[in-house]
Design a protein around this ligand. Structure first.
Ligand SMILES: N[C@@H](Cc1c[nH]cn1)C(=O)NCC(=O)O
Length: 406
């Protein structure tokens, strides 16, 4: 019994964290899938709806470093429980809200609780699994989170049409109870860190490997994130003249391919840790290359080329996870929370900035081609920073971490 518990407990703890993460992604996506009803309920147009989504993402991004510090001090279990409770509260507020400020308060709470979840799960993986298996397990965590996103659409829309707004979001809030119960019963934390938060933050930031991870996350994930979270559907329907159904199929294809790509990249990153930065640069180049063909195409882009664009962007989410692997291999376990927070925060700040820049560009000149061209500075600057911090990380002597190289 003792032995089998010892071998099973990492899996049980991780599974509890994954349940919490899937519920968090369900909450995160709940505004997107109920957007049309939200516009009617809060008397806002597309811009008002986009502002609510951006607000939630901004709070998520802004919370990454404080939450990372708290994860290091309080452990994953407390943070996952707090995150589940705050998100449930957010959905309660959203269920009752009838005005835009009320809705905004709900989305702020959801963004805040969501911010506590992924970092806490990454810490469970880092502490309980052997280093070689970390990249694959973190990829599978991301993949299972995507299932939470896909699974949110049908139940929420069905419930919205059958029972209406308030009961649907009360139901979503109740999921927080499930998440808290699973974490409360199944997860045990390892010992807490005794260092000070300020020292942890300074040390994690000073480590070039952390910033290598941050720029990896920013350069890889922003294109697909902006596409799936807001601009993909209007680009495909208004910009390319596709039917809503074909646009939906392409977006689903992107998510499905991304889920298939995760384990493959996780395996490669674990097997060839010294080639991780090349994987990152290849992903950025492939994404930039596919977009360049699409943006330069005269007239409507053929469907096969749009499919190739989806294939290239499908590598973005899994590629971004390599950033967390840099954080892990270049930082000791006691500051893994804050290092992961820096990496995750960088990726989401870049994604929010890209979403905003595409919107501003569309308002100014109305052409999707020019609007999507705002991605180039992010890719180019991101790739330069990856090369720069890779060189810095390689120059430092590495005594401590087996795969601490780029
Ligand atoms: N880049 C994502 C992870 C991912 C994996 N596959 C697709 N996306 C990320 O940063 N996740 C953080 C989170 O809170 O979801």
């Amino acid at each position: 019994m003792g032995r089998s518990w010892e071998t099973r407990k990492p899996l049980i703890f991780w599974a509890a964290g994954v349940v919490a993460y899937m519920v968090a992604v369900f909450h995160r996506q709940s505004l997107g899938v109920t957007g049309i009803d939200a516009q009617a309920r809060f008397h806002v147009g597309a811009a008002g709806l986009a502002s609510l989504a951006m607000l939630q993402l901004l709070v998520y991004a802004a919370m990454q470093i404080p939450v990372g510090l708290l994860v290091d001090r309080l452990g994953s279990k407390r943070m996952l429980l707090t995150g589940a409770t705050v998100m449930a509260l957010g959905q309660l507020v959203f269920a009752a809200a009838t005005t835009l400020p009320g809705a905004a308060a709900g989305r702020i709470l959801v963004g805040c609780g969501d911010a506590m979840t992924f970092i806490s799960v990454i810490r469970i993986v880092n502490l309980w699994f052997p280093p070689r298996r970390n990249p694959l397990i973190v990829q599978i965590t991301g993949l299972l989170g995507q299932i939470g996103a896909v699974a949110s659409a049908v139940p929420l829309i069905t419930s919205l049409h059958a029972h209406g707004w308030t009961p649907t979001f009360l139901g979503a809030a109740a999921l927080g109870v499930v998440s808290a119960l699973v974490v409360g019963v199944a997860l045990r934390d390892r010992t807490r860190d005794s260092g000070t938060a300020a020292l942890g933050l300074r040390a994690a930031w000073a480590e070039p490997g952390t910033r290598l991870g941050m720029w990896t996350h920013a350069a890889t994930q922003s294109s697909a994130a902006a596409f799936t979270l807001l601009w993909g559907y209007p680009f495909l329907v208004e910009g390319q003249g596709l039917t809503p159904r074909t646009a939906g199929v392409l977006l689903t294809t992107l998510t499905a391919l991304s889920m298939a790509c995760g384990p493959a990249l996780g395996y490669l990153a674990g097997r060839f840790p010294l080639r991780r930065s090349w994987m990152v640069l290849t992903i950025v180049a492939a994404t930039g290359g596919a977009w360049t063909v699409v943006l330069l195409w005269k007239g409507p882009v053929p469907l096969w080329m749009l499919v190739l664009l989806m294939v290239a962007m499908a590598t973005n989410g899994p590629g971004s996870v390599i950033g967390f692997d840099f954080a892990r291999t270049f930082n000791p376990a006691k500051r893994i929370g804050v290092a992961t927070g820096i990496v995750n925060g960088g990726g989401f700040v870049a994604s929010v900035a890209l979403i905003a820049l595409i919107g501003i560009s569309m308002d100014l000149q109305g052409d999707y081609r020019w609007a999507f061209a705002v991605q180039y500075p992010i890719w180019i600057f991101g790739a330069i920073q990856v090369l720069r911090y890779r060189a810095k990380a390689r120059r430092l002597p590495r005594l401590r971490l087996a795969t601490g190289n780029a």
